[in-house]
Design a protein around this ligand. Structure first.
Ligand code: FAD
Length: 281
């Protein structure tokens, strides 16, 4: 784990692109509040479909105009080489040098994956077409990707992304630090040396967290699930408990040598700020 350590550790915050003008204005305020914590960058997710993709670029440009470092996510499933080349060129033309490169998921009902099947192909494509212009982050799954045939298969597929030219990785969120430590040990044994930054999901609403976790295969440990279920609609207790759990997780990760933390903010500053304040950032 110590091989992962960075001095000082880096912090980054993830947003999704707002779909209204009001949401866009609010995001700039949220980013201003979170900027007090001196993050390395903000990232903005990328959805399937042209309109959400345009919103990703707009959100990134809004963040940049407000003086923040920002990185768009880009996904490849369902895309063509020509379409992706245009998107990446647009990013380059807008002086964007930092990307989070993903496979993405096909919207239900979509028949064809398109010209790309996996994120390693996207990373290879970016390096072929744009050389070292972009700093490329990729996704990692300490609890393994839900579609992976086996744990070893998933690790080998992660390695493919690194060998294709990824500079750094951000993990799916998790609440069990041991899974992350084990994943890092496996990566070290395979000669993977890029930083693998834990993704952190603050706990705000149980129903939403349970839905996300079911969809992305992130485990909510039974003791946490039981406690959250027991609080029912008592939002204050959920938040207080969630802050304790997630702050302790972050403390343990940093103490063990995690290179930084990437927060899934859900476009809200309150919980992320509270955790970072408790961490003494
Ligand atoms: P991959 O690395 O391609 O892996 C997907 C699956 O295929 C895994 O099971 C893997 O083992 C397997 N695999 C990989 N390569 C191969 C290969 N060459 N041959 C055979 N099997 C292979 N989704 C979005 O739509 N937009 C976003 O903005 C977004 N942001 C994200 C940010 C982070 C930090 C994370 C962790 C996830 C994000 N996602 C996003 C979700 C992500 O798109 C999904 O988890 C998706 O299912 C997998 O994407 P990936 O890039 O990890 O895929």
């Amino acid at each position: 784990m110590q091989s992962q350590k960075q001095h000082p550790p880096t912090y980054s915050f993830e947003f999704f692109p707002p779909n209204t003008d009001e949401g866009a204005e609010k995001l700039v305020i949220t980013a201003r509040e979170l900027a007090e914590l001196k993050p390395k960058f903000f990232s903005v997710t990328y959805g399937a479909g042209g309109s959400t993709q345009a919103r990703t670029l707009k959100a990134v440009l809004d963040l940049r105009a407000a003086g923040h470092a920002a990185a768009p996510h880009v996904s490849c499933i369902g895309s063509t080489r020509a379409g992706l080349r245009d998107t990446l060129q647009l990013y380059k033309d807008n002086k964007i040098k930092h990307l989070v490169a993903l496979r993405g998921d096909l919207p239900s009902g979509t028949a064809s994956a398109g010209e790309f099947h996996y994120a390693n192909e996207l990373v290879t494509f970016i390096r072929q077409e744009f050389g070292n212009h972009f700093f490329i982050e990729v996704a990692a799954y300490p609890e393994y990707h839900p579609q992976a045939k086996s744990a070893l298969d998933d690790l080998n597929n992660f390695k493919r992304k690194v060998e294709a030219g990824a500079d750094s990785a951000i993990t799916q969120y998790f609440y069990n630090a041991d899974g992350y430590y084990h994943f890092i040990e496996q990566c070290e044994k395979m000669g993977i040396t890029i930083p693998i930054v834990p993704g952190i999901m603050p706990i705000g609403r149980f129903s939403q967290l349970a839905r996300f976790s079911d969809a992305c295969g992130a485990e909510i440990p039974r003791w946490i699930r039981k406690k959250l279920e027991g609080y029912s609609d008592d939002t204050d207790s959920i938040r207080a408990f969630g802050l304790d759990v997630v702050t302790r997780l972050c403390e343990n990760l940093l103490k063990a040598g995690a290179p930084g933390l990437h927060f899934y903010t859900m476009n809200q500053s309150t919980l992320t700020t509270a955790i970072c304040t408790r961490l003494g950032l």
